[in-house]
Structures are given as structure tokens and as C-alpha cells.
Design a protein around this ligand. Structure first.
Ligand code: ADP
Length: 581
């Protein structure tokens, strides 16, 4: 994205505040005009004094005072209004970004670390806010001042005016050159900054691994390595901007001296009055001050441009599973699920599943079994429309998933994950994720069915006990029963159970199984089964191998068939049970 494009897009975000922005533009115009007036009035006073007309001088001084006061008023109003507008819109952009990122499918989140997403949001929003403030407080006035000052100064005295035009051209040329030399390098710096944030987040969220594998030194070294690269690329950029600052300083001194010399020469020939020379000195100083401010801002924007581009890039990322314009908002479905010749490959990977077909009648339970990597989770990811199939189609009650809104599809599906993630909030708040409007009575009923009520009451603050980050304060079995209660509250017609791989003790296991039974009643249920003992009662078992369904049937018939499933059973079950089976 070009430099001005980024700038224009950042300003375009203020569209909802159009009225305030227009008011600010008018105030900026008034400010610029008043600024122009000051050196002119100063020159007039000098001319009048040198002619000895004291009476008129007083009048000009009064106008000058009034202009000064009006200028202060305008500046105060600009400061106040622009500050409020920047704050409002900064938060609005953060909210929009957050909503967008939350709605993105796992395909997006898998590629992007959350630390990086946070950094992009914070740095991007801060840069935007800074940019808006500088625009309304300074740049607009600068642009208008240059636009008014230069033509007017040519009217006042074109010879001296041309000198000012030269000054502005020189400024812009030099600044343009430095921008072109630095902005690509700064993009690299920003990329490294993002990697820094991503790495730190990765290490912090895996702090137990870092510490138990004695990775402290290695992680610090990794961080240090990136820091060194940041500095290596940042220094030349800073050098360029320091050079520009020196150049602009010398240019301004030379310009003032040139006005003085040319003014004196013109004055000797009666082509410029003393007052005009003073006015032009005032113009020059004003312009230099403003342009210096602008160059400082451009330097900052060059530094911030990559951060803004990253922010825009995230906002512009489109979902891989967008809603079709005519997508139906489904109510509660019956729950008949059909896979018709479904195939899918992850980006840049071999097909994860191919030609998978089956029908799950409403209310029936289907178990998906097979070795790790066989495609069970992928099939269930497609059912939740985390991805769209690359071949075939999946229907619920006869309607293609792609023809219903994502929101209504997900309302109809409940998932109990393998590792049940909980928010770092109270038990009650975690349960309400299932149905925000549930009453305490409903919550307790769900928890009783999920065998969770008793252990919750034993917690220090009952339902108000915080569960700790990712639920660390609870045991595996407790977390699972909470997750089951959460799904019961949601009460979806279709259920996906990703069975926990970690073994629970027998008593807990029995409780969890009882809770699951309560949850499954009357729902179309898919169980990604890791322990075959838990799927004896499934209506149908689908055996996955290398992305294909190679066997199907109920437990006993599959065991008698003596194929892949029978082998799985033999390898997993204690001998007596396998023999019985
Ligand atoms: P299962 O649930 O049976 O263990 P998966 O559905 O997770 O199997 O995996 C099926 C295949 O897809 C495997 O080869 C796996 O490596 C691949 N796979 C799974 N998730 C991804 C992903 N996010 N990106 C790329 N490949 C993936």
C-alpha cells in the first residue's frame, strides 16, 4: 500500500464522525488565516511606525490583539474536539478489529499467533489515534497555511514570495527522498517487531514447557537474536531521519538569511518596504516551523505505516467460510446429517479426507474411530463449517451447510472438546456461555444432569468460584463435566463429542459417562472415540483410515468381521473383553 493510500484510508475511518471532522476543518481554515494575518499586521506596524503615523498604529495593534485572541480560541476548540474524536474512533476501530478477529475461522487463527494479533490491534489503534490528532491539530492547518500563505505572499511581494516557494519545494523534495529511502526498511523492522511479540506470546503461553525443558537460555537467545536484527535495520532509518533534520535546520537558516539579503537589496531599490521584509521573515519562520512539524510527522508515519498496514490487512482478511448473501438463518433443526462424497485437503497438504459418505438420522449416535491422523477431526471440523469441503457436500435436514448462516449452524451444534477450554471467569459465567439467558435454576438442573452440581457446591464460592486461566483450578474430570453442563444448557440438536484421551480414574469416568449419556439423549451425536470401550452403544461406527471410511456397522458386527476395527479392538482392550467381543 502506498504511503498516501495508508494516510487516506486512516482518515477515511473517521467517516462516521463526518460532522465533527468538517467543523474541525473550518476551524483549521480560520487558524491558518489568522496565522497569515499576524506577520502581515506586524509588517504594517513597522511600516506605520517608520512613517511616524502613531494613530493608525494603535488601530492595527487592536486588530492584531483581536486576531491573536481568536487564534487562541480556534486552537483550543481544535484541541478539544480532535482529542475526543480520536479517542472515540480509536476504541471503535479496536472494537471492529476484535469482532472481526473473533469471527474468523480457526484457519485464520492457526496461522496467526494471538500475541501478534493483540500487538497489531494495540499498536495500530495507537498509530491511528496519533495520526488523526496530528492531522486535525497540525497538518490541516499546515496545508491550508501553505495554500493561503504562498499565493498571498506572491501578491504581497512576488520577488520575496518566490523565495518562499523555493523553500517549500526544497523541503518537500528532500523529505520525499528520505521517505523513499526509509519506508521499505521500516517495514522489515515492523515485521521483526511482530515476530518478537509472537515469539514472546508463544513462550509465555507454554511457560511450563519452557521451564521444565530448561529452555530459558534458548528462548532468551531467540528473543535476543530478533532484537539484534531489529536494531540492525532500525539504525540506518534513524540515521536518515537525523540527516533530514539537520538538512531542514540549515535550509531554514539559509532561507531567513536569503530573505534578509534579498529584502535589503530590494529595499535599496525601492522594491520592498521595511514592513514587507519583516512580514516575510515572519512568513518564513512560520512556514519553517510548520514544515518541520510535518516532516517530523512524516517520519513518524513512515515508522508507523507498516503497523497500520498490518492492522488494515487483518481487517481486510476475508473469512474462508463466508456467509452467502441468500444464506438461511435456520431455526432449530431436526438433526439429520448427511455427508455426500465429501473430500477436503488443508492448504498445501495431501487430502485429509476423501469420498466420505454417510447419513446420521436425527437422534442417532455415530462413532468415528481410526488411528491418529485418519481424518476424524477433519470430518467434524467440516460439519461445524470451520472449513468448506473441496468436494461433495454436507447437509443438515437436506440443506447444504453453505446455504445456512454460520451463526445458525453453530447454534445447532454443541461441542464437548477433548481439552475443555474454560474462560478465566467464574464457573457460572463459563456455564452461561452455553445460553446467556439461562436462570440459576436451569444452570443447576444442567449441572445435576452433568454430575457437576455437587463438586461445584464444594468449591469455596460455589458457582461464583473463578476457574483460573484455562480452568487450571479444576481437575480434568471436573472440567469435562462443566463442559457437558455447558452443552446441556445450549441444548443443541446435534452434538460432537471429542473424547478425552487422558484416562480418568474409574469413578470419575463412570460419572462422566453418566453425564454424557444424559447429554446425548435425543440428539444426533458424533463421538470421536479414542477409547473403544465407550462406543459399544453407538448406533453406527465409522472406521476411518487415511481419510476414507473403510468399515461401517455396529460394534459387534464390526468385531465379527475381523477387519481394521477388530484389530483396533484387540490392540486396545484387555484380553478377556476382546475375547468376549
Ligand atoms: P484424526 O482426527 O483422525 O486424528 P485429523 O482429521 O486431525 O485426524 O487429520 C487428518 C489429516 O489432516 C492428517 O494427515 C493431519 O496431519 C492433517 N491435518 C489435520 N489438521 C491439519 C491442519 N490444520 N493443517 C494441515 N493439515 C492438517
Amino acid at each position: 500500500m502506498g504511503f498516501f493510500k495508508v494516510y487516506a484510508r486512516a482518515l477515511g475511518l473517521l467517516k462516521p464522525d463526518r460532522a465533527v471532522a468538517s467543523g474541525l476543518a473550518l476551524l483549521a481554515l480560520a487558524c491558518a488565516a489568522l496565522q497569515f494575518l499576524e506577520p502581515v499586521l506586524f509588517g504594517r506596524v513597522i511600516d506605520l511606525l517608520s512613517r511616524g503615523s502613531g494613530q493608525s498604529t494603535l488601530g492595527v495593534l487592536l486588530v492584531w490583539g483581536a486576531a491573536g485572541l481568536a487564534g487562541i480560541g480556534c486552537n483550543a476548540a481544535i484541541a478539544l474536539l480532535s482529542d475526543r474524536m480520536a479517542h472515540r474512533n480509536r476504541l471503535a476501530v479496536m472494537q471492529r478489529y476484535y469482532q472481526h478477529v473473533l469471527a474468523m475461522p480457526p484457519a485464520f487463527h492457526g496461522d496467526t499467533q494471538s500475541g501478534r494479533l493483540m500487538k497489531v490491534m494495540q499498536v495500530g489503534a495507537d498509530s491511528l489515534s496519533g495520526l488523526w490528532l496530528s492531522f486535525f491539530r497540525d497538518h490541516l492547518v499546515t496545508a491550508l497555511a501553505v495554500g493561503i500563505l504562498l499565493p498571498m505572499s506572491l501578491v504581497l511581494n512576488w520577488r520575496l514570495g518566490l523565495l518562499l516557494v523555493g523553500l517549500v519545494v526544497l523541503f518537500c523534495t528532500v523529505a520525499g527522498f528520505v521517505i523513499s529511502r526509509t519506508h521499505e526498511r521500516q517495514a522489515e523492522v515492523e515485521e521483526l517487531h511482530s515476530r518478537l511479540a509472537g515469539n514472546a506470546q508463544d513462550a509465555l503461553s507454554n511457560i511450563l514447557v519452557v521451564q521444565s525443558f530448561a529452555r530459558l537460555q534458548a528462548e532468551s537467545r531467540l528473543f535476543g537474536g530478533i532484537v539484534r536484527q531489529v536494531l540492525e535495520r532500525q539504525m540506518p532509518v534513524l540515521n536518515w531521519w537525523a540527516a533530514l533534520s539537520i538538512m531542514t535546520r540549515s535550509a531554514s537558516t539559509l532561507c531567513v538569511m536569503a530573505i534578509f539579503a534579498l529584502g535589503a537589496w530590494l529595499n535599496g531599490r525601492g522594491l520592498a518596504s521595511l514592513g514587507e521584509i519583516v512580514s516575510f521573515m515572519g512568513f518564513a519562520l512560520l512556514l519553517i516551523g510548520r514544515l518541520e512539524g510535518l516532516v517530523g510527522f512524516v517520519a513518524r508515519l513512515v515508522l508507523q505505516k507498516p503497523a497500520l498496514e498490518e492492522l488494515f490487512a487483518v481487517i481486510d482478511t476475508e473469512s474462508t467460510v463466508p456467509d452467502r448473501p441468500q444464506a438461511l438463518a435456520m431455526g432449530r433443526v431436526r438433526g439429520e446429517v448427511r455427508f455426500e462424497d465429501v473430500g477436503f485437503s488443508y492448504p498445501n497438504a495431501h487430502p485429509a479426507i476423501a469420498a466420505v459418505s454417510f447419513t446420521a438420522e436425527a437422534g442417532r449416535s455415530i462413532a468415528l474411530v481410526g488411528h491418529t491422523g485418519a481424518g476424524k477431526s477433519t470430518a467434524m471440523a467440516l460439519l461445524q463449517r470451520l472449513w468448506d469441503p473441496s468436494a461433495g457436500r454436507i447437509t443438515i435436514d437436506g440443506l447444504d451447510l453453505r446455504d445456512m448462516t454460520l451463526e445458525s449452524l453453530r447454534q445447532n451444534i454443541g461441542v464437548v472438546f477433548q481439552d475443555n477450554l474454560l474462560f478465566n471467569r467464574s464457573i457460572r459465567e463459563n456455564l452461561l456461555v452455553g445460553r446467556p439467558e439461562a436462570t440459576q435454576e436451569e444452570i443447576e438442573q444442567a449441572c445435576r444432569m452433568a454430575e457437576a452440581h455437587d463438586f461445584i457446591l464444594r468449591q469455596p464460592q460455589g458457582y461464583d468460584t473463578p476457574v483460573g486461566e484455562r480452568g487450571v483450578a479444576l481437575s480434568g474430570g471436573q472440567k469435562q463435566r462443566l463442559a457437558i453442563a455447558r452443552a446441556l444448557l445450549k441444548n443443541p440438536p446435534i452434538l460432537i463429542l471429542d473424547e478425552a484421551t487422558s484416562a480418568l480414574d474409574a469413578a470419575t469416568e463412570a460419572r462422566v459417562q453418566k453425564a454424557l449419556k444424559a447429554l446425548m439423549a435425543g440428539r444426533t451425536t458424533f463421538i470421536i472415540a479414542h477409547r473403544l470401550s465407550t462406543i459399544r452403544e453407538a448406533d453406527e461406527i465409522l472406521v476411518f483410515e487415511s481419510g476414507r471410511v473403510v468399515e461401517r456397522g455396529d460394534f459387534d458386527s464390526l468385531v465379527h468381521r475381523g477387519g481394521t476395527f477388530a484389530e483396533l479392538v484387540r490392540s486396545q482392550m484387555p484380553a478377556p473383553l476382546a475375547l468376549v467381543a
